[in-house]
Design a protein around this ligand. Structure first.
Ligand code: HEM
Length: 547
């Protein structure tokens, strides 16, 4: 029987709805299953035979995301685990990017000693640094220009400037101890009273105050408790792993970063303009004064905005590296009161005068105080602030077989476009190279057996191979397992200043205070650009009997 008109209309509607529902369900199913399908395809692709010339890829379940969780959580453990399976050279996916890692002294040499036309720092860093530092400096200019800028800065980091700095730093630390609320127990002048402070919080404040007083100059120092602090914090909020991974997101931190950069750049340019307008002021020992007289080899004078942006770069380069290192030093001294006492005794022996006052410390003396030197050196071994040094491959780059080779003949090639990492943070704690490598033991530096062979050679060999990349002679050291300040053409130029600043801060505190802590030294937090101690990170202190 045929259906009547109303019925056939009804059936048609039902059929349409069924068809729509089926399409909808199919779409829904596809959407639900898409990630699963993507994961399956991703896994199958990894199980297929791979291109043998490329370094082995670390297995990962989720496409694009790759090994981001394992790397972000603990890069040192991730690298050591990967090395166990794949050797010194391997690749992994980090949020859509291909990263190739080269480990060990040979890996350090491959990356730090590589040609800058092949392994390029500016391509790896500029999207993070240029919005913060500004135009025309560091990684926003050709490498040759950066080398000249480093030469200008090195000129400002010279001995006659340093001479004035020790007293200034001591003075800032004393003022801080006399005024900061966390030093109440010290201010009470009661030697039985224990107080406590968060090391990172305290070291961050002391580091910026002392850097402002010395390198940054008196105008910045006078602004530091006022407008400068907020601008600095907004700028700093734009200097995180998120900003490296995603240079432009519509988030508040990005907008604040950009606004803060404009203000900070203007602030420095105003200082420079005022100094130019009134050149009769007293002679300054700071970096602005040094940069104002510099010009490129081409004859072009350093522009005001370039000086301003170099100053911002120096502020950012020194602040977290030094405050993190200072924090780890204090934590380890509190954990090892015996070493702290050794350091105090070294101060007493060298600087305490018969009348009970301290003889002024000369900056040249800081590197020649063996206990202090070993403490800083050992802390930088275990806690180098930067765990991944980055470059970008501009060409395909063959990996030397001595570093890593596939089991068949031939060599690996790092493909053009890869981000390439080296990690002194791994080679500096490599159990294959260092005795009790995860133990903080400053005494290892007095014992050739305690430290890695190549590191000892470099430590012992003042006259080792030196190279000039355009900013003065530096020891080559690219193949050393110990390189907290990097190596090669991008080597740090702030090392002398950092030793001066850290050394003076630490001994000024140790002359006045005893430390202890009732908890173990906290684990590192790798979620920030610079490796910091995790919370809680308080240490206990009390005033010394004789200070
Ligand atoms: C470069 C570490 C303090 C200025 C570097 C590099 C490292 C490093 C590892 C090499 C980066 C790379 O190759 O990609 C440290 C540590 C410090 C410290 C551990 C303190 C404990 C400072 C200070 C300043 C500074 C105080 C400035 C006054 C620079 C500059 C570069 C650099 C200008 C050169 C960047 C380049 O050529 O690409 N630092 N740094 N650093 N650092 Fe430092």
């Amino acid at each position: 029987a045929t259906l009547g008109e109303p019925w056939s209309g009804f059936v048609g509607q039902v059929q349409d709805q069924l068809a729509q529902a089926t399409t909808g369900r199919l779409i829904l199913m596809a959407l639900v299953n898409l990630p699963i399908i993507a994961i399956v395809i991703n896994v199958l692709r990894q199980l297929l035979p791979q291109d043998k010339t490329k370094p082995p890829m670390i297995f990962h379940w989720i496409p694009v995301f790759g090994s981001a969780a394992a790397y972000g959580q603990d890069p040192i453990k991730f690298f050591l685990d990967c090395r166990e399976k794949y050797g010194n050279v391997f690749s992994f996916i980090l949020l859509g990017r291909r990263v190739t890692v080269a480990l060990g002294p040979d890996g350090n040499n491959f990356v730090m000693g590589g040609k800058h036309t092949q392994l390029c720092a500016e391509d790896a860093y500029t999207h993070l640094t240029t919005p913060v530092f500004g135009k025309d400096v560091v990684y926003d200019c050709p490498n040759e220009m950066l080398m000249e800028q480093k030469k200008f800065v090195k000129f400002g980091l010279r001995n006659d400037n340093f001479r004035a700095y020790v007293d200034m730093i001591e003075d800032e630390v004393h003022k801080f101890m006399n005024n900061d609320i966390n030093f109440r127990a010290y201010q009470m002048n009661d030697i039985n009273e224990w107080g406590s402070f968060d090391v990172l919080h305290t070291m961050s404040e002391i580091t910026i105050l002392t850097a402002a007083r010395t390198l940054q100059g008196k105008e910045v120092r006078s602004l530091i408790d006022k407008s400068f602090a907020q601008v600095y914090m907004d700028l700093d909020g734009g200097f995180t792993p998120l900003h490296w991974l995603f240079p432009w997101l519509p988030l508040d931190s990005y907008r604040k970063r950009d606004a803060a950069h404009k203000k900070m750049s203007q602030l420095y340019q105003d200082i420079i303009r005022k100094r130019r307008e009134d050149p009769s002021g007293e002679e300054e020992h700071d970096m602005i004064a040094s940069l104002m007289n510099q010009h490129y080899r081409s004859g072009k004078i350093l522009q005001d905005h370039e000086i301003a942006h170099i100053m911002i770069a120096l502020l950012m380069a020194g602040q977290h590296t030094s405050s993190a290192t200072g924090s780890w030093i204090l934590l380890h001294l509190a954990d090892r009161p015996d070493v702290c006492e050794e350091l105090y005794e070294e101060q007493v022996k060298n600087f305490l005068q018969p009348d009970g006052t301290w003889r002024p410390m000369q900056h040249e003396e800081i590197r020649s105080l063996p206990v202090l030197d070993r403490i800083i050196r050992e802390t930088l071994r275990m806690h180098p602030p930067i765990h991944s040094i980055m470059r970008k491959a501009r060409t395909d780059i063959p990996v030397p077989p001595s570093l890593a080779a596939p089991s068949e003949s031939g060599s690996y090639v790092v493909p053009k476009g890869d981000i390439v990492f080296s990690s002194a943070a791994v080679s500096q704690v490599d159990p294959l190279l260092w005795r009790n490598s995860f133990e903080w033991d400053p005494a290892r530096w007095t014992d050739p057996e305690g430290i890695a062979q190549q590191a000892y050679k470099q430590y012992d060999d003042e006259n080792g191979q030196k190279v000039d990349f355009g900013f003065g002679l530096v020891s080559k050291g690219t193949e050393s397992p110990y390189q907290p300040f990097g190596a090669g053409r991008h080597r740090c130029i702030g090392e002398q200043f950092a030793y001066l600043q850290l050394g003076t801060i630490v001994v000024t505190l140790v002359r006045k205070l005893e430390f202890k802590m009732n908890t173990p030294v906290p684990a590192p937090n790798y979620q920030t650009l610079i490796i910091l101690p995790q919370n809680p990170r308080n240490i206990l202190y009390r005033r010394r009997k004789f200070d």
